[in-house]
Design a protein around this ligand. Structure first.
Ligand code: TXA
Ligand code: MG
Length: 316
């Protein structure tokens, strides 16, 4: 049984496990989170694998306080006001990443923005401080299941995937955090949650635009704001790249190519491929090639999410 009461010892063990790149489930005031070291792309890939999520949506990184947040992202006047009013608490802010932000590309789905939250739950806060790094954590349930509000819920879904589950009883709010995007000109509500729109608008003095969450709009991948899109045309399931094209390869049978080329995983390991996906797309895009040719990637395990992201990149 990976469930342990959230004593100081258990929190220290959980922090050590996170630093080793393992997954840890922990309580927040909203729901239990499935946490990984946000700066470790492999650990973040393990979140997607454990959840069985068919797509890589950007994750929330949990930080200790607003000063910690300012190390990773730019907090403008609106963000500063919202942080002062609602942190620690059930509010997540989407912010522009700092250039030196160490949070893995996979945790932000390759975007230039990052979602940060300072939870108020004492166990979550102690864990973040002990781990001494941002913790990426979606709700600790398998994809398609309801969000867990007790350690037993987490155990039922993900007990076999985590180093341990810190148990501190049921979550007080039981509903995810509110996500507000303050990275652009106009603050926008991306997900309703534990903090009300009215409370946020009262602090900002303006009404929030409504942008539906990516997860709710799977049929219009080309128009999503929260969607990393390369400049180059993306050609999928190619056997061989044409002259002048960039090659995104996978596995040991990659064709020789004189142009720009990256192999997501020469051994054909889908976790490694997920870890490298966004950096590889960015690098090939930066090569200036008009087309990125992508070799077939198996539609199993994390391959489903990798292919989902590549298909979205191919829709212009
Ligand atoms: O209450 C919560 O927020 C829980 C607990 C564990 O903290 N966490 C949670 O995390 O629900 P997650 O990763 O499942 O939520 C991610 C939400 C999604 O709606 C996602 O689209 C949005 O945040 N999001 C994250 N990063 C984003 C970004 N850079 N741009 C736009 N939306 C982003
Ligand atoms: Mg969830």
């Amino acid at each position: 049984m990976p469930i342990r009461p959230a004593t100081a010892d258990a929190i220290a063990d959980a922090a050590a496990a996170l630093r080793e790149g393992r997954l840890v489930a922990f309580p927040t005031e909203t729901v239990y989170g499935l946490g990984a070291d946000a700066t470790n792309a492999r650990a973040v890939a393990a979140i997607f694998e454990a959840k069985g999520r068919p797509r890589f949506n950007p994750l929330i990184s949990h930080v200790a306080d607003a000063e910690d947040a300012a190390r990773f992202a730019v907090l403008g006047p609106e963000a500063t006001a919202l942080a002062a009013a609602f942190w620690p608490g059930a509010l997540t802010l989407v912010l522009n990443k700092r250039g030196d932000c160490p949070i893995a590309d996979l945790a932000t789905a390759g975007l230039d923005t990052v979602a940060l939250r300072v939870p108020s739950h004492p166990v979550a806060r102690a864990l973040i401080r002990a781990a001494d790094r941002p913790i990426a954590a979606p709700s600790a349930n398998r994809s398609g299941h309801v969000s867990p509000t007790t350690a037993a819920h987490v155990d039922a879904d993900l007990g076999g995937n985590v180093a341990l589950i810190l148990d501190d009883g049921p979550c007080a709010i039981g509903l995810e955090s509110t996500v507000v995007d303050v990275s652009g000109d106009k603050p926008a509500l991306l997900r309703a949650g534990g903090v009300t729109r009215e409370a946020i608008e009262a602090v900002l003095g303006v009404s929030l635009a409504l942008h539906t969450d990516e997860a709710d709009r799977p049929s219009s991948p080309g128009q999503l704001a929260s969607h990393y899109a390369p400049r180059a045309t993306v050609r999928l399931n190619a056997i061989e790249p044409g002259p002048g094209e960039a090659l995104l390869a996978f596995g040991p049978t990659a064709p020789a190519h004189s142009g720009p080329s990256m192999n997501l995983s020469p051994t054909g390991d889908l976790i490694e491929a997920a870890t490298n996906l966004f950096a590889a797309l960015r690098q090939l895009d930066a090569s200036g090639a008009a087309t990125i040719t992508v070799m077939p990637i198996p539609e199993t395990g994390l391959g489903e999410a990798i292919n989902d992201r590549l298909r979205r990149a191919a829709v212009r």
